[in-house]
Design a protein around this ligand. Sequence first.
Ligand SMILES: Cc1cn([C@H]2C[C@H](O)[C@@H](COP(=O)(O)OP(=O)(O)OP(=O)(O)O)O2)c(=O)[nH]c1=O
Length: 188
Amino acid sequence: MPDLILASGSPRRKELLAKLQIPFTSVTSNENEDFQHNLLPHEVVVELALRKAKSVSKDYPEAVIIGADTIVVLEQDVLGKPVNREHAKQMLERLSGKTHSVFTGVAIVFKEKIHCFYEKTDVTFWELTLKEIEHYLNSGESFDKAGGYGIQGLGSLFVRSIQGDYFSVVGLPISRLNRELHKMMLFK
Ligand SMILES: Cc1cn([C@H]2C[C@H](O)[C@@H](COP(=O)(O)OP(=O)(O)OP(=O)(O)O)O2)c(=O)[nH]c1=O
């Protein structure tokens, strides 16, 4: 069986991948996350996931590498990770009372084989008060997360409804990934 490597530094992705019960290691790829603004959201996440997986694959050519990327899309604007408190505040004010889409792209690279897919989850927020937003910003939870919130943490209190895969919002659509790996007949 080939080695499995998660090309990610995200603790959430590690926790989710562990559900497959296949031993793996994680290697953080230091690829930049710039993207062309003419791409569609699903193209952005697949491109960034592939960039992460390919960069790790260069150092581990015999392993199966998994890369992933998550973005939040509101009214055609891509919201990545906030750069500071003010940026996070602006994001949360925009997300308040509206439905946005969370896209997570996944790339599986094994030698010359490349397989990519993505999941889209729609998340609707309650109207948020300024007090709620300030309280949330004080928690520090915003800063390493696309859209400036974490559905798995205190951000759960903002969520009115969700349509699609919850785990994809957290960073890795684990049930789909399990199925795709089976289809590739990599870890039977
Ligand atoms: C919307 C949302 C995002 N996120 C996280 C998932 C991703 O880790 C992060 C988006 O940033 P990414 O660039 O996708 O990932 P990362 O930088 O954390 O990790 P790596 O590139 O090393 O794999 O936002 C949550 O944890 N909860 C949420 O509700």
